[in-house]
Design a protein around this ligand. Structure first.
Ligand code: PMV
Length: 332
């Protein structure tokens, strides 16, 4: 049996990704920019074994049929590279809600590629793993790296230049992310079909895409200068422009609930009235992520925890990239 274990962490985009230029190869229309978290994680063990017959995926110890097709498709890419046809048993564990807008697909597929490639004896570098993770989930390409990360849209039709790169400028900028969980239900429309719907039907899609290059440049400058105010401005506007595109899709994609909007107002008020260094971002789900300075984290967590409808508040620092783990206990 060929076995390996890996850990990966979700990332939160500050300049968002919403739209594919090639759905089959999962190539993004534009770049994006994210931070990798440390408090949330996926741990995945992959074991290739001829005796299994077919691939099997377990999430938190239970068979997970919903995750099987995408997992097998990702494993097929690895098997093709290794010249192998061995089926695999994948045991994966998240310490946070799955498919609820907390980027579980990013950490999940990053961990799968790192563990799966090691189990098959493929010696891939981070760039190659980022490209493979992208095939499964665009945001997973970013979770291969820690800290601040930029996803490059690339230009080539085969996707060989569509990979993430680490942004070293933010290495010594210890930000915190306060996650307000407003629902633990899986989302109704996954990001993949959601962004295809926006690309095909939203009259705002071209306008949304037109914001991204300028926002990427502004975010990179803010990170290099450790300019919190500038990063707040660009991150909130990128998030809201993406949600405008989602809202204008036909039928509309409304990922927020009432508590999502209350959290957004609470963060804006904290900043505007009390000068607290915090800004919000929201992905394809109802959770709100507040990015803040370490000094502001306890105040932000207390305020978001007090918003009606907030079920749980998690505080995270910025994490390292995906990595192999020793041992063979999937959830240890
Ligand atoms: O790559 P996916 O399918 O996980 O899509 C990610 C989409 C957003 O989370 C909404 C934005 C982003 O850049 O992470």
């Amino acid at each position: 049996m060929l076995t390996a274990r890996a850990l990966a962490q979700p990332n939160i985009a500050l300049v968002k990704y919403w739209g594919k230029r090639d759905p089959a190869l999962n190539l993004p229309e534009r770049g994006s920019l994210s931070i990798t978290l440390d408090a949330l994680w996926t741990r995945t063990q992959v074991s290739f074994d001829a005796g299994l017959g077919v691939d099997r995926v377990l999430l938190d110890g239970r068979d997970w049929p919903e995750g099987l097709a995408r997992t097998s498709a990702c494993l097929d890419l690895l098997r093709r590279l290794a010249g192998s046809r061995l089926p695999a048993r994948v045991e994966t564990h998240n310490n946070f809600p799955t498919a609820a807008g907390l980027a579980s697909s990013a950490s999940g597929f990053a961990a799968l590629v790192v563990a799966g490639s090691a189990a098959l004896g493929l010696h891939l570098d981070a760039r190659e793993m980022s490209i493979l993770a992208r095939r499964a989930s665009g945001s997973a390409a970013r979770s291969i790296y820690g800290g601040f990360v930029q996803m490059q849209a690339g230009e080539r039709a085969d996707g060989s230049d569509a990979c993430a790169i680490p942004l070293p400028g933010g290495a010594d900028w210890p930000l915190r992310v306060v996650v307000a969980v407003t629902s633990s239900q899986p989302k109704a429309v996954h990001s993949g079909p959601g962004m295809e719907l926006s690309r095909r039907t939203s009259p705002y899609h071209a306008a949304w895409l037109a914001t991204v290059e300028e926002d990427l440049a502004a975010a990179r400058t803010a990170i290099e200068r450790h300019d919190f105010g500038a990063l707040a401005t660009v991150s909130e506007r990128s998030c809201l422009a993406m949600h405008a595109d989602m809202l204008a899709s036909r039928p509309a994609l409304i990922y927020w609930n009432g508590a999502t909007l209350e959290c957004i107002h609470a963060i804006r008020e904290l900043r505007e009235r009390e000068g607290v260094e915090a800004f919000f971002t929201v992905d394809a789900g109802p959770q709100v992520k507040a990015v803040c300075t370490p000094a502001a984290a306890s105040r932000v967590a207390a305020v978001l925890g007090g918003v009606a409808g907030v079920q749980e508040v998690l505080v995270s620092g910025l994490g390292a990239g995906a990595r192999l783990l020793a041992g063979t206990e999937p959830t240890a």
